[in-house]
Design a protein around this ligand. Structure first.
Ligand SMILES: Cc1cc2nc3c(=O)[nH]c(=O)nc-3n(C[C@H](O)[C@H](O)[C@H](O)COP(=O)(O)OP(=O)(O)OC[C@H]3O[C@@H](n4cnc5c(N)ncnc54)[C@H](O)[C@@H]3O)c2cc1C
Length: 466
């Protein structure tokens, strides 16, 4: 029997996967007896914010991840398909219908028992009786305390200050220059500040701003629409990792003494220190992505793109991920987890979903899917298995368990975290499609070798392939 704590996207998917392999599941969900700061209903798999599962084409990494999940019989994907609303190339859903369908499917499954109860301490787990913790970014405080005891306080985070990430080849290299502040290039820091404010180390691309450019950017920034700051978010990030727009509201020059400080930089085109500068740092694992250092922000995504494209060099930037600041309980995956989503120090315990160190609805459900399959394997006395790294679902698990723990940040799925192709097609779209083709072929092999075990309920898989 498997116990799963948290009936969100990850927990519901994990329960479905395990039960589809004839392993009984007890799923604990604390709502409605105990609320979170953002959930509004008692439904399982409630979408807390946007109703979009993002892109749905194979030239898009999240599209690939979704296709893999469909092939693996995902309940979340099936419910999404059934409650789909028109959204162009994206998969968006009627959120109520979506949560209703997941809730109904789980409730109707003869091997899943749903218990509406808050779990305040991680239950005992053994190989025949594994436990999956999937309590999400808003894990209740009592359980968070117990988690911190289990993994170590230094490996559990409570807030996320995420800087936007842009695609490297959409940066205008004629306007930016590569230089480390004070020409120091000391390599990656093992103890960089959590919110990514530049500490002068490493190599950077710098976007220099003249006074006029800075003032134009500043004006757009302070007039941009910023997401509501929830009560629960307040104290902590206001101390350590202020959103750029909050800093900007404190005074016109605050940013020039913070993340846009120009000191120690010399613009080769003028031979002088620029009036202000934005530093872009290469992402650790994905060499084709750069993040805007110290640019955590709550600005709504549409406005964010508009404002950030005012920065010289970023006029045509494509954003791989937008900046965010929000409450987020998550573990430092690379220190704590294996690629199977097992806790390394206690393999009968799994973490899944946002709290396992991934970002996004689809990614959370995907980690739940893999954790559910592996917990079912363990409970059935079979070996666990990591999905191939060349698949999106495997690359995500690999990233969460192998990225640099010193700078660990939860990530959306991107093609940048998949291993490169042996021969790269010329065009960007062709390259992405080739990565998807390889992923789906390798997924097929892994499914035949390992996933097919115990799939004594093929309807779950077959229905998922619609
Ligand atoms: C404010 C906010 C907005 C977000 N917006 C988006 C967005 O627009 N798009 C996107 O892709 N991602 C978004 N995310 C990120 C993330 O993808 C979602 O939070 C997603 O729901 C995570 O799935 P999950 O299964 O890990 O957690 P959840 O879906 O939150 O599920 C966790 C479940 O565990 C329950 N629970 C918590 N503690 C306990 C306990 N002790 N005992 C029993 N049950 C418990 C909760 O009630 C909840 O139902 C957002 C996150 C936040 C915080």
């Amino acid at each position: 029997m498997i116990r799963i704590i948290g009936g969100g996207l990850a927990g519901s998917e994990a329960a479905w996967q395990a039960a589809s392999r004839d392993v009984p599941v007890t799923l604990y969900e604390m709502r409605p007896s105990r609320a979170t700061a953002v959930h509004k209903t008692d439904r399982l798999a409630e979408l807390v914010c946007s109703n979009s599962f993002r892109g749905d084409k194979l030239d898009n990494a999240v599209g690939l991840l979704k296709e893999e999940m469909r092939r693996l019989g995902s309940l979340v994907m099936r419910a999404a398909q059934e409650s789909r609303v028109p959204a162009g190339a994206a998969l968006a859903v009627d959120r109520e219908q979506f949560a209703d369908r997941v809730t109904a499917a789980i409730a109707a499954h003869p091997l899943i028992r749903v218990v509406r109860e808050e779990i305040t301490a991680i239950p005992e787990s053994t190989e025949p009786n594994p436990v999956i913790v999937a309590t999400g970014p808003l894990t209740s405080p009592a359980l968070s305390d117990d988690l911190a005891r289990l993994v170590g306080h230094e490996h559990l985070y409570f807030y996320d200050a995420i800087s936007p990430i842009v695609l490297a080849d959409t940066i205008d290299r004629t306007k930016v220059f590569r230089q480390s502040r004070w020409n120091r290039s000391l390599g990656p820091s093992a103890s960089g500040p959590a919110c990514g404010v530049d500490d002068g180390e490493g190599d950077y691309l710098n976007c220099p701003l003249s006074r006029e450019e800075y003032e134009r950017f500043y004006d757009a920034l302070v007039h941009a629409e910023s997401a509501t700051v929830h009560d629960f978010d307040r104290e902590k990030f206001f101390e350590g990792c202020l959103p750029i727009e909050v800093m900007a509201h404190r005074g016109v020059d605050t940013l020039r003494f913070g993340p846009m400080k120009p000191v120690g930089l010399t613009d080769p085109r003028t031979g002088r220190e620029p009036y202000a500068a934005v530093q872009l740092r290469q992402d650790n694992l994905a060499g084709d992505h750069f993040n805007l250092v110290g640019f955590q922000t709550q600005i709504k995504w549409g406005d964010q793109a508009r404002v950030l494209r005012l920065i010289p060099g970023l006029e045509q930037a494509e954003f791989v991920r937008f900046g965010m600041v929000h409450r987020n309980t998550y573990v430092n995956g690379p220190d704590v987890l294996a690629e199977t989503w097992q806790v390394r120090a206690r393999p009968s315990l799994f973490f899944a979903g946002q709290m396992s160190g991934v970002e996004g609805y689809v990614e959370s459900a995907a980690s739940g899917l893999l954790a559910g399959l592996n917990a079912a394997a363990l409970a059935s006395g079979r070996p666990t298995s990591a999905a191939p790294r060349t698949t999106a679902i495997g690359a995500l698990a690999y990233y969460a368990s192998h990225a640099n723990p010193a700078h660990y940040e939860p990530s959306n799925i991107t093609f940048g975290i998949l291993p490169p192709l042996s021969s790269t097609p010329r065009g960007r779209t062709e390259r992405k499609l080739a990565l998807s083709e390889r992923a789906l072929a390798d997924l097929g092999g892994w499914m035949r070798e390992w996933v097919a075990f115990g799939a004594s309920r093929p309807p779950a898989l077959a229905e998922g392939r619609r």
